[in-house]
Design a protein. Structure first.
Length: 117
C-alpha cells in the first residue's frame, strides 16, 4: 500500500510542474491576421481544385467514351458540362460549410463578449 504522505507530495509536485509549464507557455493568443489570411487562401485553393477536378474527370470520362464508341467530340462535351456542374455543386457545398463554421465561430465569440470573457 502507498503512503498518503507520498501521494500528497507527488500531487503537489505535479501541480507545481503544471503551473511552471503554464507559466512558460504564457497566455494563448488569438489568431493574427496573417494566419487568418493563410487559412482563407487554403479554402480558396480547395474550391479551385474541386472545380478543376470536376472538369478533368468529366473530360477524361467523355474522351474515353468517345474513343470507345467513336462519337468523337459529342460525349466529351456532354461530360465536361456535367463535370463543370459537379465541380460547381461541390464548390457551393464547401462554401456553405465554411460559412456555417464561420457563423458558429462568430456566435461563440459574441456569446463570450456578452458574458465578459
Amino acid at each position: 500500500m502507498s503512503d498518503p504522505h507520498d501521494d500528497a507530495a507527488a500531487a503537489a509536485r505535479l501541480k507545481a510542474l503544471e503551473d511552471r509549464i503554464a507559466k512558460l507557455k504564457g497566455p494563448e493568443k488569438a489568431k493574427d491576421h496573417a494566419e487568418e489570411h493563410y487559412s482563407q487562401a487554403n479554402l480558396a485553393w480547395r474550391m479551385v481544385i474541386e472545380l478543376v477536378a470536376g472538369l478533368g474527370i468529366g473530360f477524361g470520362v467523355g474522351l474515353g467514351l468517345d474513343t470507345l464508341f467513336g462519337t468523337k467530340p459529342i460525349l466529351m462535351i456532354v461530360f465536361v458540362g456535367l463535370g463543370f456542374a459537379a465541380g460547381v455543386k461541390t464548390m457551393m457545398r464547401s462554401a456553405a460549410e465554411i460559412q456555417k463554421k464561420q457563423l458558429a465561430d462568430q456566435a461563440g465569440n459574441d456569446e463570450g463578449e456578452r458574458r465578459g470573457d
